[in-house]
Design a protein. Structure first.
Length: 499
């Protein structure tokens, strides 16, 4: 990104939109690229001031955006003019017109306006004249400088290369300011910066990620063995457990893009996604698409998505988990009258990112209603594989009963899981778990241990989803039979059944 920005400045592009919340770091980089040009900064609070001056003097009467742009047009000297947070005024017809006048007057000069804002908002009148860039998050080299400064300040220079690398990796995805604060916090809590402090940095990083409300750092204690059945899906995941290593790149393997898991609700789709994090040894971030949409400001939703994806890329390799994708993008093909076209733009931006991303971000998505998914998601190449998770077979139900009984009792030999599997025909994994819990409540209320008969009674009093939503389950199976890969080798057993 820095190289691209430098090229645009040297090529005298008149109007550049830099999307970033790191104003100070961006200003420093632009100042390095300015060469013989002067650098000036505009804010609505101080007007235009010259960058780097110890005593900043506001240029006369340049507080309003219009007067500031007019002042820039009148200047005969070469210069780069940074306008901060102009997005709040850019839709005003007068401001847009002044910017277009500035672009026209800059021809043959070396004057450049850079709009710097955390929110991307470009009026249609400027779309042909503006170049939009995302200012990348700090890389390992920049974070290493921050760490070196902290070590120098604390006189803690005896840090092994392994600990140093781990501290840097733990801070990936943070801004320079955030990295400085978490390194200071780690030192204050322990008085040193060692391997133990890596966990402090990671813990603080998780809080910073959660703070934006769009990405959630998921911590899953269960392993993939806690999911019953799905042997084909597990095999596929195990084969790719080292897919993001340098060894895989040397071998010539491309980085996995992602996978879509379709299936009946309650059959372990979300659980398999979360436990993949431990299997692969990668962090997992949940993208809450509901919180991406923000109607409070035009362009805010798109900025939310860009910031979330940029954060995920900055801490890659990482798993980006999107639960119930069918609900997240169900309205993407709807009328623009309902939300001003926001859903369509969000959907288009996400598809473009998936297609063009080069970072090690593995998208793991789940869906229950395939008919609600836009066709663009399902075409070949968008995901590495599309798996279909059907209702568990008899053997899989036995495994699920054993898993949930072992979680609650150390000795389960008194339970006949084969009989329980037969009685629970048509039940999902979630419904099996709830039947066990219902049996436990029944026995607990009578102050005794729960038994096989309690579980059978709970099963017989439950109407499973496969019977209440027979048409939906059948339609999903019909679609998946030719278009998706079965998550279990014996899935054909249930594909032939009729409810």
């Amino acid at each position: 990104m820095k190289e691209e920005l430098n090229i645009l400045i040297q090529a005298q592009y008149p109007l550049i939109y830099l999307v970033t919340s790191e104003e100070q770091r961006a200003e420093q980089e632009i100042a390095k690229m300015a060469q013989h040009r002067g650098v000036f900064i505009w804010t609505v609070t101080h007007g235009i001031v010259e960058y780097g001056q110890v005593r900043q003097t506001t240029q006369h009467n340049t507080v309003s955006p219009e007067s500031a742009i007019e002042w820039v047009i009148r200047q005969k000297e070469y210069g780069i003019y940074i306008f901060k947070d102009l997005h709040a005024f850019i839709d005003a017809p007068v401001t847009t017109r002044w910017l277009r006048d500035a672009i026209a007057s800059f021809k043959g000069t070396e004057k450049i306006i850079i709009l710097m804002s955390p929110v991307q908002q470009v009026p249609i009148e400027l779309e042909k004249d503006i170049v939009v860039l995302d200012f990348a998050m700090p890389n390992m080299e920049e974070l290493d400088q921050v760490l070196s400064q902290q070590l120098e300040y604390t006189r803690n220079r005896r840090v092994s290369s392994e600990v140093r690398e781990n501290l840097l990796k733990a801070a990936l995805g943070l801004t320079i300011d955030e990295a400085q604060k978490v390194y200071r916090k780690a030192y204050v809590k322990s008085g040193s910066l060692t391997q133990e402090e890596v966990e402090i940095v990671l813990s603080e990083k998780k809080q910073l990620i959660r703070r934006n409300g769009i990405l959630e750092y998921i911590e899953e204690d269960e392993t993939i063995e806690a999911v019953g059945g799905l042997d084909e899906l597990k095999k596929w995941l195990r084969q790719r457990s080292d897919a993001f290593t340098q060894r895989a790149r040397v071998y010539g393997l491309p980085q996995p893009k992602g996978m879509l898991i379709l299936g009946v609700p309650g059959c372990g789709k979300s659980m398999i996604a979360k436990t993949t994090s431990r299997l692969w040894g990668l962090p997992i971030l949940r993208l809450d698409m509901g919180r991406v949409y923000d109607g409070s400001m035009v362009g805010r939703s798109e900025a939310n998505l860009r910031n979330a994806l940029k954060t995920a890329e900055s801490i890659s390799p990482v798993i980006l988990f999107i639960d119930e994708l069918d609900k997240s993008f169900a309205g993407s093909g709807g009328s623009a009258d309902s939300d001003g076209g926001t859903s369509s733009r969000i959907f288009g931006s996400f598809l473009t990112w998936m297609q063009e991303k080069t970072s090690s971000v593995f998208v793991m998505a789940t869906a229950n209603r395939v008919e609600r998914l836009p066709g663009e998601f399902l075409r070949k190449g968008r995901f590495d594989e599309i798996f279909f998770v059907d209702l568990p077979t008899s053997l899989e139900r036995q495994a699920i009963f054993k898993i949930h009984l072992n979680k609650r009792r150390s000795e389960i030999s008194r339970f006949d899981t084969e009989q329980l599997a037969k009685v629970s025909d048509g039940f999902s994994g979630a419904e099996i778990e709830q039947a066990i819990i219902a049996a436990m409540y029944e026995a607990f209320a009578q102050d005794r241990e729960f038994t096989q008969l309690d579980i059978i009674a709970a099963i017989k009093s439950t109407l499973p989803l496969s019977r209440t939503m027979t048409e939906q389950v059948s339609a999903l199976r019909d679609w998946a039979r030719q278009r998706a890969r079965p998550a279990s080798t014996s899935v054909a057993e249930y594909q032939r059944m009729e409810f």
